[in-house]
Design a protein around this ligand. Structure first.
Ligand code: ADP
Length: 484
């Protein structure tokens, strides 16, 4: 092949290359345009040749382009390939805008008089970026897109608000400016290791994370990281939530819980001490009255004896109240959760109540019960209270029929103790679970009104709840739930 032919072939080849190429002289004039470039820019070769490289570039990007060109003509190392390029807005021959990445490379080492410009149409990518920007702007969280060297490429409105910077101050900046000084170094290493194995994850699990605002304030945050790939470039989209309010709520809640625990302990101690101390004088009262009656029985009138009898009864009642209170305070104390067989417990409770069941001619039936982690002693007391109430509050001349059933629900087990007794007016459905609250005269049904308060405390010890459904003269069903 002769030289001429080779040259012609070479020309044809460059012209047919599906990449937009321009040759630029040292004075920035275009000396050659391949077919692809002419088509892309919608100018003819004649229109472009002899024109300044900036001919089709928008004004706003001219300075940056000039700077890049200067760099190329000052340092002509071919190996220093410009593979990042410069993103510019250009205008085509028909006036339409086009987003271009212009790459400038020296065509030969040490030669600064000829630069090869490659143009890549970025319009689609820019459109994607624009759509992405709109999307993340609409997101409720602060979001930051960081490239693989930690440079901030995109921020949304919420990020501007959260960090107190405006967008221009953040774009192109190393993202570590948003971190407290003390963690910046460590963070760069973490970022590199994330880049080596990027996957979606929450950041700083188990650690408290802080961000640094422009005003120097450090704020507690939570971050989700999402790797994004585009054109062989790696980005990380960080979604950031300011958790200041949550943290302070948590703190307030912790403080509140501590205060309640403290108060509870105080109250428990008070109940213990008061109950113990109150029992003493009560025992003396009833003991002394017994003694007086024994020794001086013949000296007292009938009426005095009756009154002294009342005092003794009141003292006994007071003793029962105090004992009930003590038991209430003791519930759950020193108990251990164990796997409890509810069948066994129920059978043994029914066995214990045998004489009450028989004398009242009651019938108690039970469905198959589960095995659950629970406080055994307390569960026994719970069933004992509920079943004996059903026996106690039966209708006159109608033997109690009591059925205990269990329902497995998604999050809990639900127990039901159903009777056919006198029922409760539902206006009292909450009151009956309070300490010493009763609905009947003592002479009609005995009791001190603490059984259901015990039940409530026991169920709550198991993080469950207790409630009643009832109809007067028809019966009541007491329900309680135990979470799984
Ligand atoms: P007590 O039985 O000592 O009064 P409880 O705390 O066990 O105390 O019950 C509180 C009140 O709830 C009772 O006074 C009674 O009016 C009502 N109650 C409890 N269980 C039943 C029931 N199975 N049927 C009707 N009323 C009931």
């Amino acid at each position: 092949m002769n030289r001429k032919k080779t040259e012609r072939n070479f020309h044809l080849m460059v012209d047919a290359t599906p990449t937009a190429l321009l040759l630029i002289d040292s004075n920035r004039t275009i000396s050659y345009v391949n077919r692809f470039a002419a088509n892309l820019l919608m100018y003819s070769n004649e229109q472009l040749i002899g024109k300044d490289l900036a001919y089709f570039v928008s004004k706003k990007d001219l300075d940056r382009l000039a700077e890049l060109f200067k760099k190329r003509t000052q340092n002509a190392a071919v190996s220093d390939i410009d593979d990042k390029g410069l993103d510019v807005l250009a205008f085509k021959g028909n006036g339409e805008g086009i987003q271009l990445t212009i790459k400038l490379n020296n065509i030969e080492s040490k030669r600064t008089d000829l630069i090869l410009a490659t143009l890549v149409d970025n319009t689609d990518w820019q459109r994607v970026i624009e759509e992405f920007r709109l999307l993340i702007d609409a997101a409720p969280n602060a979001m930051i897109l960081v490239n693989d060297t930690g440079i901030i490429e995109l921020v949304n409105k919420q990020a501007e608000v959260l960090f107190g910077y405006n967008r221009r101050e953040l774009l192109g900046v190393q993202m570590e400016v948003l971190l407290p000084q003390s963690v910046r170094g460590g963070h760069m290493k973490l970022r590199q290791s994330f880049n080596e194995k990027p996957q979606f994850r929450a950041m700083g699990e188990g650690r408290d994370l802080f961000a640094l605002r422009k005003d120097g304030m450090e704020i507690p945050i939570e971050i989700g990281l999402n790797p994004i790939y585009r054109d062989k470039k790696k980005f990380v989209l960080a979604s950031i939530i300011d958790i200041t309010a949550r943290k302070s709520n948590e703190e307030a809640f912790k403080k509140y819980t501590r205060a309640i625990e403290h108060k509870n302990q105080e109250l428990e101690q008070f109940t213990f001490i008061a109950s113990h101390d109150l029992r003493e004088p009560l025992n003396s009262i009833s003991g002394l009255i017994e003694l007086i009656l024994e020794e001086n029985n013949h000296e007292f009138s009938e009426s005095v004896i009756t009154k002294l009898g009342f005092i003794t009864q009141s003292a006994y009642r007071m003793r029962d109240l105090i004992n009930g209170l003590l038991d209430y305070a003791r519930l759950g104390k020193n108990s251990q959760l164990e796997n409890v067989d509810f069948n066994e417990i129920l059978n043994s409770v029914i066995h214990d109540l045998d004489s009450a069941i028989k004398t009242s001619e009651s019938i108690v039936t039970i469905d198959l019960q589960p095995h659950l982690p629970a406080y055994e002693m307390e569960i026994r007391l719970l069933f004992q209270n509920l079943i004996s109430n059903s026996i106690k509050y039966r209708r006159e001349n109608i033997p109690a029929r009591i059925h205990i059933s269990t329902l497995e629900k998604e999050a809990c087990w639900e127990f039901a103790i159903k009777d056919n007794g006198i029922g409760i007016s539902l206006e009292y459905k909450d009151k009956i679970f309070m300490l010493f609250q009763r609905l009947h005269a003592r002479n009609r049904y005995g009791g001190i009104g603490i059984g259901l308060a015990h039940c409530k405390k026991i169920v709550e010890l198991h993080n469950g709840s207790i409630w009643v459904d009832s109809e007067i003269d028809s019966g009541s069903t007491f329900y309680f739930s135990i979470p799984k």
